[in-house]
Design a protein around this ligand. Structure first.
Ligand SMILES: Nc1ncnc2c1ncn2[C@@H]1O[C@H](COP(=O)(O)OP(=O)(O)OP(=O)(O)O)[C@@H](O)[C@H]1O
Ligand code: SF4
Ligand SMILES: [Mg+2]
Length: 316
């Protein structure tokens, strides 16, 4: 039964011209009121998956169901409805903010597009700006006249002025100073609570993910290899790739003194992923079975899922 307060991704695949299968059969669920993190090396398909959730990438198989409605074959009117429910902040926020518009205009535009009364809504817009630490004096500036952190806040405000249920944030803190990153993450947490948003945060940065997400999904070459409550996954990863990612990050678990696992070899091309387990060319625990049989993402204890024939011990 489709739920009305979720985005459900059911076994979707997205292949680009040239045969790059950027997303290769992924199922995920994002509920209102929760923050889900999406992690993985560059090229693992995070942005491609994120864009499928807002209808910008059409999966060639599987389906995305937003609040009970299947996105396949949406009409024009349905697309407007979708944008109202699910907003995305893009990886490069400046490129998504027209340089010819003032911040005032950038914030008013989404209201106009959705036929909302700007006058009526303006106090809420100002309230949102204040929450985001943007002053009224900034309304008449252009995006390139404010700092990178402020431009990011404008992009967030622009996404939230129409009151969506879901926010998809692609690398929201990339390129910002650590202190600005922290402020921005606090803001996202505040806004999430206030508006009861479902948030998907895409990030390379495990400290960011560890700090603000309830659940995390780890991607490798177009697949989710592990998923579960962030704290449990970070404390005791079951997939060797997750462990390798975490081991490279001393901040996550300094007491644990995990031995750093250096992954040998480059990430293979998504146009010809390795047979069997896609991670077998780099896995420190590879066995003969891994070369021929693809492990499926299977349900395990405490709402966790992982795809490995030889999962790590839970106390590893
Ligand atoms: N429009 C496109 N046309 C062709 N190939 C694409 C397109 N967009 C992405 N790809 C390819 O799909 C794969 C996944 O790309 P994607 O941008 O989703 O990765 P990502 O995980 O977001 O990486 P990053 O961390 O660098 O942002 C890559 O091999 C990329 O080159
Ligand atoms: S299935 Fe095999 S190769 Fe793949 S992650 Fe598990 S142990 Fe490593
Ligand atoms: Mg990306």
């Amino acid at each position: 039964m489709a739920e009305t307060n979720t985005i459900e991704v059911e076994n979707i695949s997205v292949t680009f011209a040239g045969g790059v299968q950027a997303v290769a059969g992924i199922s995920l669920k994002l509920s209102v009121g929760e923050t889900l993190g999406l992690v993985g090396e560059s090229g693992s398909g995070k942005t491609t998956l994120a864009k499928a959730l807002v209808g910008l990438n059409r999966p060639e198989s599987g389906r995305v169901v937003v609040e009970g409605r299947d996105l396949t074959g949406l009409t024009r009117a349905d697309r407007l409805w979708l944008r109202r429910r699910v907003q995305m902040i893009f990886q490069d926020p400046l490129s998504s903010l027209s340089p010819r518009f003032t911040i005032r205009k950038l914030l008013a535009e989404p209201l106009a597009i959705h036929g909302l009364n700007a006058k009526e809504r303006w106090p809420a817009v100002l309230d949102l700006m204040a929450r985001l630490g943007l002053s009224e004096a900034q309304l008449d500036k252009f995006p390139h006249q404010v700092s990178g952190g402020q431009a990011r806040r404008v992009a967030i405000a622009r996404a939230l002025v129409i009151d969506p249920s879901f926010l998809i944030a692609d690398e929201p803190t990339a390129g910002l100073d650590v202190s600005v990153q922290g402020e921005l993450l606090n803001l996202l947490s505040d806004l999430q609570q206030r508006f009861s948003l479902g948030i998907l945060i895409v990030s390379h940065n495990l400290n960011v993910i560890g700090r603000v997400t309830d659940r995390v999904a780890i991607m490798y070459l177009g697949k989710v290899v592990e998923e579960g409550p962030t704290r449990a996954v970070f404390r005791a990863p079951r997939h060797p790739y997750t462990r390798a990612l975490l081991s490279a990050n001393p901040v996550i678990d300094p007491e644990h003194k995990r031995k750093k696992i250096v992954l040998s070899g480059e990430i293979p091309s998504p146009s010809k992923p390795p047979a069997g387990c896609r991670f077998h060319t780099r896995c420190p625990n590879v066995q003969p079975r891994c070369l021929v049989e693809e492990p499926q993402l299977t349900e395990a204890e405490n709402g966790r899922r992982y795809a490995c024939h030889f999962p790590l011990e839970s106390a590893a």
